[in-house]
Design a protein around this ligand. Sequence first.
Ligand code: BES
Ligand code: ZN
Length: 614
Amino acid sequence: MPLSRWFIVSMALGATVSAEAESDPHSYAEPAVVSVSALALDLNVDFAKRELAGTAELKLHWHDASARTLVLDTRDLKIDKVEAIGSDGKAAAATFKLDARDAIFGSALRIQLKQPAPIVRIHYRSVPEASGLQWMKPEQTSSKKHPFMFSQSQAIHARSWIPLQDTPSVRFTYTAHIKAPKALRVVMSADNDAKHTLDGDYSFSMKQAIPSYLLALAVGEIDVRETGPRTAVFAEPYIVTKAAKEFEDTEKMVAAAEKIYGPYRWDRYDILVLPASFPFGGMENPRVTFATPTVIAGDKSLVGLIAHELAHSWSGNLVTNANAQHMWLNEGFTTYVENRIIEAVYGKDVATMQLVVDDQELHAEMAKMKPAEQLLVTDLKGIDPDEGLSGVPYDKGRWFLRFLESRYGRDAFDPFVRSYFDHFAFQSIITDQFLAYYTDNLAKKFPGKVSQAEIDEWLHQPGVPANAPIAHSVRFDVVDKASSDFLAGKLAAKDIPAKAWVTYEWLRFINALPAKPDLAQMKALDQAWKLTGSGNAEIAFRWYVATVRAGYTDARPQIAAFIERIGRRKLVVPIYEELAKTDDGKQFAIAVYKKAKPGYHPLTQGSVDKALGL
Ligand code: BES
Ligand code: ZN
């Protein structure tokens, strides 16, 4: 939408600030002057050089007719040539300048044009250390036969493999022509064809406009299994069958979400299971969620992660935060919707246990955070958006929405959320736009239910407001009793009634261990329940942190194996941080890290370096 129209719309709404009026602190782009409406990629994937090379064509929409400069985001890209393509289709060389590199934001690419060209074509290459890509040698994959590469663009790493306006306030469609070694499959956040022959020549089209952080690419030995009429699992051969079984309820989840929030708008919902070095749990790349294999526990107990990434199909991919300062609009809504999906598919018991654990962990996390970091709407100027990651946008955001739900009731709140998704579909917004819509469509319709002061407290005050609804799990009553009896020495480890416990019951139990657990009790627990070496990564990493606190060094071989195999930051960084607290622990951690580092993603390397003070 042209800038002028935006301002008219905003003015008509009164004091509402539009996403365009608030600039993105993490991008050099100037979307108010000119914005990208379509991207055409033509890239060759070169594993030997660890390089993507080719061209990106950007279709431009000039809002300021007198402007002649296009500013793009890049990070460590080698720019070989820039051409302006006129309306007659003719290419003419354009001059450009790459600014000095900023450690967080990369380098602005300033392209000088003679006239506002409708298309600009950039010839470029990525570097082997590109922050948004991981290149893996055959030895690092499960079959050890073929190399593997994948992207992770969020928050601001798309700029390390494509020159573009790397801000979620800009949306564009894309096409891509990707050439890769034969025998490998190419997957993108677009229209994947499960039946594509492995000829090394792939073409994609994404017809829905998306923000840059949802651009995604993976290339490797990737097999496919259908799990439903519009769902499939892509994964390395060793795990594809297991993954398809674990994620067999995906269609049920899509249907459950549609029932509350309206039709799924992205045609297919596939899942790509990546190698264990994937630095996140999941990434909501449209049409194909990227996921860590560490959620495959064998009993579907961690599929909440799929519900989460699927939920982003509404909150995030459809209605997008215009910049990371409003991340709660993405992650808080998604965490809320995730829990609703889990409740619909697996029942209230399971959904409630998740809420109770997440509420408790949020409180524990916030206790260590500065007040300014506990706000839902944050000021991230000059701050690396990867550093600003915490449970606040996720769980405080989700809690805020549950608060609204509890006051208005689902009969009113569910249709409101659905209409919010429809109203802002395929737009990027900030909190004020949510609030204006909320005021007109919920608060004014049901006056007296929630005050403005309460809303302000949730959004702009630290901590969790005293009016927050408290979730209670009766299944945890049993766990808590066992835990206090065990810790008091009144119940032997083997007599804990945990035979039928599911993951969340174990998390509750482990979280109740004291700050410095008793060594003999840790040993007894391990003997009775074999927690060390657990195949459930959520249980394992919390348990390993507890073993380090307890000085229970017998667990070290399994800890070493865990952090060497897995690169998911959430699972490994807390272990490194805990180990770094003692000299002996730190020595052990550094020795393990030496072996693990080459297999880690650049993001994980950065986090572990920091945890170990390297
Ligand atoms: N979109 C996020 C991942 C992300 C956030 C990447 C910010 C980079 C910057 C994704 O949806 C997510 O939240 N993943 C979680 C899953 C979990 C909360 C179920 C993760 O990776 O742990
Ligand atoms: Zn998320």
